[in-house]
Design a protein around this ligand. Sequence first.
Ligand code: IVH
Length: 693
Amino acid sequence: MSPAEAAEKVAALRAELTRHEHAYYVLDDPTVPDAEYDRLFEALRRLEAAYPELQTEDSPTQRVGGAPRPELAAVRHEVPMLSIYTETDKSEQGARAFDNRVRKGLGLAAEDGPVEYAAELKFDGLAISLRYEKGVLVRAATRGDGETGEDVTHNVRTIRQVPLRLNGVAPAVLEVRGEIYMRRDDFESLNLAQREAGEKSFVNPRNTAAGAVRQLDPAIAARRPLSFFAYGLGDRGDWIVPPRHSEVLDALEAFGFPVCSHRRVALGAEALIAFHAEIEALRDTLPYDIDGVVYKVNSLALQDQLGFVSREPRWAVAHKYPAQEEITRLTGIDVQVGRTGALTPVARLEPVFVGGVTVTNATLHNQGEIDRKDVRIGDWVIVRRAGDVIPEIVGPVLARREQDLPRFNLLESYPTCPKCGSHVVRGEDEAVARCTGGLFCPAQRKQALLHFAGRRALDIEGLGDKVVDQLVDGAIVKTPADLYKLGVLALANLERMGDKSANKLLAAIEASRETTLARFIYALGIRNVGETTAKDLARHFGELDRLIEADREALMQVADVGPVVADCIRQFFAEPHNVEVVEQLRAAGVHWPEGPPLALPSGPFAGRTVVLTGTLPSLAREQAKALIEAAGGKVSGSVSKKTDFVVAGAEAGSKLEKAQQLGLTILDEAGLLALLDVAAVSTAQQTQSGMDE
Ligand code: IVH
C-alpha cells in the first residue's frame, strides 16, 4: 500500500467507525454487529501503527486513553461557565415566580402574551466544556470556579458519546457545554463488580462520574462507563448561531451530540408547571439521576437583554425535586435469608423522606461492605434512593458519631439462622454468610424442593415452580420428605390442577422413591456438590451413612473433592436438621441399591476421564455417557491435560481443537464402542438398518 492509499484507507475507516459509534452510543440504534466494529477498529489501529504520520487526535483509536498525567493543567474559559439560580420553592409557585421575574425584566405587561421557554432536565453529573476547532475536539475542560477549569481532554476522549469530530459543515471554533454523567444501570454494575472484587463501592453516580473525569490516568477513566448530554454553548467563534435555544440544541444534535429528548418549548408559566409535573412522574423510570428541571428563555436575543446577576443568568432557573440523598439514624441491623441461604444484612432506619418515598430500611449487602463503609448501629448515615433501586446506605456521617460505637459483626449477632435456627457459616474466601439448613430452612424451601425434584435429582415430573409455590405458601409441604405424604385430594385442590394431573404427579412422586445414591446425594442440594461430584461421592462411599460420617480427610480422598467442597459437605451433615430430613426421606421409603464402597472402579474405562463432543452417528450423548460410566469411566465437560479420551462426532468444535493441541487420544464412535467391547450391538444395529433399505 502506498502512503497515499494508506491515508485514503485511514480516512475511510475513521469515517465509518465514527458513523457506527454515533449510531451505537448516541442514537442507540446499532448499524453493525460488535464483531464487525472490532474488525474495522483493528484495521485502523494497524494502519496507524504502520504509518504514525497519519495519527490524528480525532481518530477513534484515541479513545482508549494514553499515558497518565502528573497533574491536570488549568484552562481559562473565555466565555465563563455560569451557574443557575435554584428556585427554592419546590411547588408550582417556583415556576410562576421565575416567569414573573422574566416578564418584569423584559418590561412585559399582562396583555403582552406568554414568554416562550425551553424546558429541559437538570442532569446530576458534572459540567464540561468541549472545544472544537475546525470540527475536531481539541480540548475538554471542567467548570472549576467558572473562570478557570481543568484540562481533562485525555479522559473525555474515552467517552464514546462525545464526538471527536463534528458531523456536517463545522464552524471554525465551537465550544459545546453539557453534562457528563453515569447511568444508574452502569453505576450498579460497576458497584457490583467492585463488591465482587472486594473493593469499596462508589457512593453515587455523580461522584463516580466526577472522579472518573478528573482521573490522572485515562486508562482508569476509560473503564468507567460515562455518558454525555449537550445543553448549551460557550465560545461560538463566527458560527451563525440559530436564534432560539431549542434550535441550538437541534443543531448540536445534527453535529452528532446526544441531546436529551425530554425537552420542550413551553409557552408561559403554566406550561412550565405541566413539564415539571410530568418529569417528576417520570423521574424514577429515567435511566439516570436528575435533581430537577431547568427553564430557559428560548430567544437568545431576549437572553442577552435579560443579562446576569453576579454569576447567574436572569434568563434561566433550576426548579428542583426532593433530594435523593438524606441523613437519618441507623437504629439496628437485621438479616434477610435468601433462597440460596445467603444472609443479607438490612439496615433499620429512622423513617426518612428520600427520593419521593419514606424509607425505613436499606440493604447493606454483606459484612465486607459494612466493614468498608464502617457503619455502626447508632450512626447518622446518608441514605440514597434513586429510581426504582433499593435504598442504600452511602456511609456514616463520621463528624456526627457521638461516642465510640461497637462495630457490627454479622456472625456474632446471628450465629444461627433467624428463619430456622440452623448454623450460619461464612467460607474463608466468601463475601456472604449462609444458613446451613438447606433442606429445612423455610427461606430456602422452594429452592430446595425444586432442586430435589429436578430431572437430574429425584426427577419428579410435574413438580414445577407453580406447584411448589402453592405447596409451600399453603404450608402443605415443608421439607422434601413431606412430598411422600401427599394425597390426591391435597394436590387436586391446587390451582390449575385437575384430578388427572394430580394423579400423574402422585405417580411421579411414587416412582421417585426408587432412585440411585448419586441422584439422592445430588438432590440434597449441598453447596458446591454438583451432579459429577455426587456421582464420585456415591461411587467412593457406596453407602449414604459412610458419607454422612466421613470427615474432611476421608472426603478429600474422593477425586476432585478439595477442601472447599469437603467443608460444604461437612457443614451440611453437621446440621442436625438436615440429617433429620434425610432420615425422614429414608423412612418415607426413598431407597437405592447400596453396595460396598468401590475401592477402585472396575471396567475397561476404570479411572479414565472422557470428554464427548459433537454429534455421534448412532449414540445419543446420554447413551454414550451411560455406557462410559457403566464401564467405570467418568464423563467430563471440558478438555484438559487430565483427559484420557476425547470422543468426537460430527461438528465437533473447540474441544476437539484443544484435544489435538494437547495431543490427546481422539476416538470416533466406532473407536469408543470397540474399547467398550460393545461393537456387536452397533454392528447388529447397522445390519438391521441396512436390511431395511
Ligand atoms: S445550563 C447559564 N442546562 O447545573 C446556565 N445546566 O448551576 C448554564 N446542569 O453544574 C448551565 N443540567 O452542569 C444547564 N439542562 C441544563 C443542565 C445544567 C444540569 C448543571 C450544570 C451546572 C449546573 C448549573
